[in-house]
Ligand binder design. Structure first.
Ligand SMILES: [Zn+2]
Ligand SMILES: [Zn+2]
Length: 134
């Protein structure tokens, strides 16, 4: 007669623990899409309306090294990030390349030229595109 397993018999789950890396820094705090005041030009930067992360100031295009992964606000660097280059095209969308003035890390951030409320300043993006093509 087949009987169900006795109470004490636990299924042993082995493995996985090695392959699964913990990412304590990845825990999201809040929405990650808060507005901020730009430390470079003082602009009161509003959150993007399309739900993605506001990664840089729309006026001066400077960013801040606050994320390890986009939007997680997990970096301890907090350095200011200078817009150094422009990549992409009008068709595929523009990407700004920021370099952290403090630790030198490079980050790519999508330009927010289509935000209806506070889009990136096109003149500044054009400046960057000229510098990029030199
Ligand atoms: Zn600014
Ligand atoms: Zn940094």
């Amino acid at each position: 007669m087949a009987r169900p397993p006795a109470k004490g018999s636990r299924q042993r789950r082995v493995g996985r623990s090695e392959g699964e890396r913990h990412h304590p820094l990845r825990q999201f705090v809040g929405s990650g899409n808060d507005g901020f005041v730009c430390l470079v030009c003082g602009t009161n930067v509003l959150p993007l309306l399309n739900g993605s992360f506001r990664s840089h100031c729309p006026e001066c295009l400077w960013s801040r090294h606050v994320d390890e992964a986009p939007g997680d606000r997990a970096s301890e660097c907090q350095g200011l990030m200078e817009p150094t280059r422009l990549e992409g095209s009008a068709a595929s969308g523009w990407t700004l390349v920021h370099r952290c003035a403090k630790c030198g890390v490079l980050r790519r951030n999508r330009a927010a030229v289509n935000d209806p409320r506070q889009p990136d300043r096109w003149e500044r993006i054009l400046d960057l595109s000229v510098e990029s093509s030199r």
